[in-house]
Design a protein around this ligand. Structure first.
Ligand SMILES: Nc1ncnc2c1ncn2[C@@H]1O[C@H](COP(=O)(O)OP(=O)(O)O)[C@@H](O)[C@H]1O
Ligand SMILES: [Mg+2]
Length: 398
């Protein structure tokens, strides 16, 4: 594109050239950046970026030589280019497996066509993606991020969706690329097999799961307009017992629904629950599994450590009590406005406690819970715990 502009400008002279420069820059900026293009996140080399930056710099040199008084928008463009090229070089200098540490929407837009890049992630499987994914316009409005995924708004005409794109942040980074893609493949398979489960409340509706590859748009979901429970525990929710109870009730219903079907939820965390004035729904159900699936070691040890159950920490003796203990820890967190283990603890320390099977639940923390919940939460948090409590016991009081 930049070559085209320079060529066109060479054809005319004087004021006509200045006017043409203004017109061409206006036409080609905006969503069609100059230069237009995007780069495969994982594969480009630092030198390639260096070359690209210097080629593009020559566009600015050429233009300034040709046009005596460049239009104002030219200087804006130049500034944007400078900023983006610095960022691009920074990204390019990161080892390839660290490049995704930079959120997608922070990729220098000047070089990076977000839309095209996401499509590119479908890779050679692009042909098998659904008509909806094909039509979808991916926007850079980010709804949230977790240990695995970034979630962006996607649009199909006027209808908005949440598009979940897996990325290797946090927990992800501990695994090498082969394990990551295998895990993604398992998650995709799990979601596809269990898709029918997530077609109504208490879940955020799963529209479809796309073919998985490392870093790929993994699923298209209903866009839930609301807030994440975890981020509101110390804010809006603190003085709002009705909403707390409504959220706890929905979560218990979700566990009941799964336990009835011989499934465990496993990724128990308030970060996976969204709520609004009138609605609440669970948004992240990657790891829903049956006990035989768990016993076969289907997924690596992945969980939120602050609400992990003894079974998750030890990776054995799977039972529904695992979800119930985690739910108890979540309720404790909701009513105390902070997690059960206040001080930062390594996962190893959690494992030692689980192994020793000894844990106290202080009076001070118990007191913050409504009486009816306290009587169920306490024996689940205290080790050895009470394995006889079921989700029906919670639903009886919620
Ligand atoms: N369908 C959705 N609508 C609105 N926000 C969402 C939706 N799905 C996820 N989010 C937001 O994005 C965050 C991360 O999504 P999540 O699926 O939990 O990713 P991860 O697997 O990385 O934990 C969530 O905590 C939530 O705030
Ligand atoms: Mg999550």
């Amino acid at each position: 594109m930049s070559y085209y502009i320079i060529d066109e400008l060479r054809k005319v002279a004087g004021e006509e050239r200045t006017a043409l420069a203004e017109r061409l820059l206006r036409t080609f900026e905006g969503s069609h950046h100059i230069p237009r293009g995007y780069y495969d996140l994982e594969s480009f080399e630092a030198e390639q970026i260096g070359e690209l930056v210097s080629t593009e710099q020559s566009f600015f040199i050429d233009l300034e030589l040709l046009v005596e008084q460049p239009p104002k928008r030219y200087f804006e463009l130049k500034k944007r280019f400078k900023r983006a090229s610095t960022q691009m070089v920074r990204v390019a200098n990161l080892p390839q497996n660290r490049r995704w540490d930079i959120p997608l929407n922070k990729w220098p837009e000047y070089f990076y066509d977000f839309q095209a890049a996401i499509r590119r992630q479908f890779g050679d499987r692009y042909d098998c993606i659904s008509p909806l994914a094909r039509r979808m316009r991916f926007t850079q409005r980010r709804l949230g991020k977790g240990g695995f995924a970034e979630v962006y708004v996607g649009k199909d005409g006027k209808t908005e969706y949440a598009v979940r794109i897996a990325h290797p942040l946090g927990k992800w980074n501990a695994y090498d690329a082969r394990i990551r893609s295998k895990l993604l493949e398992q998650i995709k398979e799990n979601l596809s097999q269990k898709r029918d489960l997530f077609q109504a409340r208490p879940f955020v509706i799963l529209e479809e799961v796309s073919p998985a590859r490392y870093g790929e748009a993994l699923c298209i979901m209903e866009l839930f307009k609301g807030k994440n429970v975890k981020s509101e525990i110390q804010g809006k929710l603190k003085e709002d017992p009705e909403t707390k109870e409504r959220i706890a009730h929905t979560y218990a219903q979700m566990l009941k629904y799964l336990h009835q079907r011989n499934l465990l939820f496993l990724d128990n965390s308030w970060a996976n629950m969204l709520f609004s004035e009138s609605d609440a729904a669970v948004c992240d159900y990657d790891f829903v599994s049956s006990i035989p699936e768990l016993e076969s070691g289907r997924f690596p040890e992945i969980f939120t450590k602050t609400t992990a159950s003894r079974e998750q920490l030890l990776q054995r003796e799977w039972s529904y009590s695992s979800d119930l203990e985690s739910f108890a820890l979540m309720l404790d967190q909701l009513y105390n406005a902070e997690p059960f283990q206040k001080k930062k603890m390594e996962i190893e320390e959690y494992k030692i406690i689980a192994q020793a099977n000894k844990r106290r639940y202080t009076q001070e923390r118990q007191r913050k819970l409504p009486k009816k919940l306290r009587d169920l939460v306490t024996p689940l948090i205290t080790y050895p715990k009470d394995y006889s409590i079921t989700i029906d016991d919670f639903l009886g009081v919620l």
